[in-house]
Design a protein around this ligand. Structure first.
Ligand code: MG
Length: 293
């Protein structure tokens, strides 16, 4: 299933994409006089809800589908998750990106975090503050955690994943490298556009072999594959869970392939009006325009 969160007639809803329509889970549950959580966060953490929804989707026929859905093209999609307890990010996790930055290949995952206030919707603006001079993009596969994970083994790790989405790890390089800690340059409001959908784990069986591409104003800048990751999805979840308890809806951005603005000669920093489009195989397209403020 591909699951999106959206606004419809002033109300927040969530549901699945079916035949170019967005099917509201609340309406679907009412139609079949059964229960599905009213919030996506509860759906993700409820270990039986996904199965219920999948069964209801099988039952629904074309005429019913129209009654409980809206056209995808007219929907205002918002970030699939608004306030996870954590957004954890990996730095230097793609071999090609390590090479372009002339850094050493990490022996341990390089970890930093973003605040949840950085989250913005899949088609919303990335706000570039006027005092930021070196704005960059990083197209990334993001893991969405589905159940509490503590000390999980590599072989068990994927069972704790609900699904996958796209995250743009927007970075102000001038702030990122002002000190030894990257946090500040990664944490401005709107520096974590996510979406447009969460593809559930059962639809993306091999997250470690997905094409990932980033365009800026139509120019292809990043053209990678998650098979270039130094630490794969299962290893990342295992590694983090030994340190911090991962909670349902937590987001883990897995690092970016080569092609960031910082590594270009000269760097092509993002400016107001620039459109960043990230596509990951099996998930969709995340597209945000920069606006200076
Ligand atoms: Mg990154």
């Amino acid at each position: 299933m591909k699951i999106a969160r959206y606004q419809n007639e002033g109300k927040e809803c969530y549901g699945a994409i079916q035949n170019d329509r967005l099917l509201c889970f609340d309406a679907l549950a009412k139609r079949f006089k059964t229960y599905l959580p009213s919030k996506i966060e509860d759906f993700i953490s409820d270990q039986t809800a996904q199965k219920t929804a999948e069964e209801l989707l099988k039952k629904i026929i074309r005429s019913d589908l129209v009654a409980v859905s809206i056209p995808l093209s007219g929907a205002k999609l918002i970030a699939p998750i608004a306030s996870p307890t954590k957004i954890i990010c990996l730095g230097l996790n793609f071999a090609t990106h390590v090479t372009e930055t002339k850094e050493k290949r990490p022996e341990e995952p390089v970890i930093f975090m973003k605040p949840n206030t950085a989250i913005t919707g899949p088609y919303d603006k990335i706000i570039k503050r006027s005092f930021v001079k070196q704005l960059d993009y990083e197209g990334e596969l993001a893991i969405v955690i589905g159940k509490k994970a503590k000390d999980v083994s590599v072989s068990e790790a994927l069972n704790y994943v609900f699904g996958y989405t796209i995250l743009n790890d927007v970075s102000a390089r001038d702030f990122q490298f002002k000190s030894s800690q990257w946090t500040l340059g990664k944490s401005f409001d709107t520096f974590a556009p996510i979406g447009p959908y969460i593809t559930t784990r059962n639809e993306l069986l091999d997250p470690d072999n997905l094409s990932i591409k980033t365009w800026v104003n139509g120019e292809l800048r990043q053209n990678g594959n998650t098979n270039d990751m130094i630490f794969n999805v299962a290893q990342i979840v295992h590694h983090l869970s030994r340190v911090m308890t991962l909670q349902p809806c937590d987001i883990i951005a897995t690092g970016t392939p080569s092609g960031v603005a910082m590594a270009m000669k000269p760097p092509k920093w993002l400016n107001t009006g620039d459109k960043v489009r990230i596509e990951i195989e099996g998930i969709g397209v995340l597209e945000n325009t920069v606006q200076e403020m």
